[in-house]
Design a protein around this ligand. Structure first.
Ligand SMILES: NC(=O)c1ccc[n+]([C@@H]2O[C@H](COP(=O)([O-])OP(=O)(O)OC[C@H]3O[C@@H](n4cnc5c(N)ncnc54)[C@H](OP(=O)(O)O)[C@@H]3O)[C@@H](O)[C@H]2O)c1
Length: 295
């Protein structure tokens, strides 16, 4: 079957290849992939060695069950290694059913980015009436985080890199950078790292929490002396791990009800991966990049 595999010698360390068909074990479903989405993490994975040379890249899948632990024909979304392929095996505890009225292409945007936003917000505690700051709010995780925080009753400040990146963002405040944000904020979801993480830390209220989700800036974070001394507040590392099926089902319900719009900033065939990857690196994708998979 056709797939995108890691190849350190290829441009972007990824190339199209014919690979062996995956085989579902007990507790797995075999999914015919209709759509997948590109995550910033996929770009890192291709170069870091986390996905080994020759292995299929990708994590987000939406498609139709063709074998394994769920009835054939079930429409599903899931998170699994090797999603950039015609077919992929997904543990049944990491899939959720997709009702007929939810577009599979939009569902494909949910696993990595949506679950990260949902879990990082939950880790921050009750949100009703709280001030939540989301950095990198123009991207995949960021847009879901802004919307989910608003659904939970938070007052949301969305930080973006430029005014153009704010298109479609529905937040109480949209800011370019953090220079003009007045504190305190109760929760920070940080996707950028570096200087923005330090600035966000300084805006955090006593008792507040900063969830460090990503580090797209690639810059070190340099804390001024004594900026970590004072009333207790926390900086917590974050990782998506363990089964995601239940959280995906929550997200699918919110998409179905219309409360969680899925913003697609780039869409094209799997074969145009390099174009999607370049757009994501260039910060031109407002929301998610979706790759359509055929055959
Ligand atoms: N810990 C986990 O389990 C987990 C899960 C999902 C994602 N992540 C991480 O979270 C981060 C966001 O992921 P994503 O999929 O939402 O990425 P994305 O769609 O590319 O969004 C990243 C955002 O970061 C901002 N940014 C600021 N400085 C940047 C720079 N120098 N280069 C590129 N972008 C920059 C961009 O906003 P502006 O252009 O508006 O500045 C962009 O919208 C990534 O680091 C990813 O690896 C971690």
């Amino acid at each position: 079957m056709r797939a995108l595999v890691v190849d350190p010698a290829a441009p972007g360390a990824v190339r199209l290849a014919d690979v062996a068909e995956p085989v579902a074990g007990d507790g797995d479903v075999l999914v015919e992939v209709r759509h997948t989405s590109l995550n910033y993490g996929d770009l890192n994975d291709a170069r870091s060695g986390r996905v080994p040379a020759g292995a299929v890249l990708g994590s987000d899948v939406a498609g139709v069950v063709v074998g394994g632990a769920l009835p054939v024909g079930t429409r599903v979304v899931g998170l699994a290694a090797g999603a950039f392929a015609a077919r992929v095996v997904v543990p049944v505890h990491s899939v959720a059913e997709v009702p007929a009225m939810v577009d599979l292409a939009r569902a494909a945007a949910l696993p990595v980015a949506g679950v990260a936003a949902l879990r990082a917000l939950r880790a921050g505690g009750a949100l009703l009436g709280r001030r939540v700051l989301v950095t990198g709010a123009s991207g995949g995780v960021g847009r879901f985080a802004v919307r989910l925080a608003a659904i939970a009753g938070a007052r949301v400040i969305a930080s973006v890199g430029s005014a153009a990146r704010a298109e479609g963002l529905l937040a109480d405040e949209v800011v370019v950078g953090l220079d003009n944000v007045t504190g305190p904020v109760d929760l920070v979801l940080d996707n950028v790292g570096g200087a923005q993480l330090v600035a966000a830390w300084q805006l955090l209220a006593p008792g507040g929490s900063l969830q460090s989700i990503g580090w797209t800036s690639g810059e070190p974070a340099v804390f001024p002396p004594y900026s970590t001394i004072g009333p207790a507040k926390s900086l917590t590392s974050f990782i998506n791990d363990g089964p995601v099926g239940a959280d995906l089902a929550d997200l699918v319900r919110l998409v179905e009800s219309g409360d969680l719009p899925v913003e697609i900033g780039w869409r094209g065939p799997l074969e145009s991966f390099a174009e999607a990857a370049q757009a994501l690196r260039d910060r031109r994708v407002n929301g998610k990049a979706i790759l359509d998979v055929t055959g």
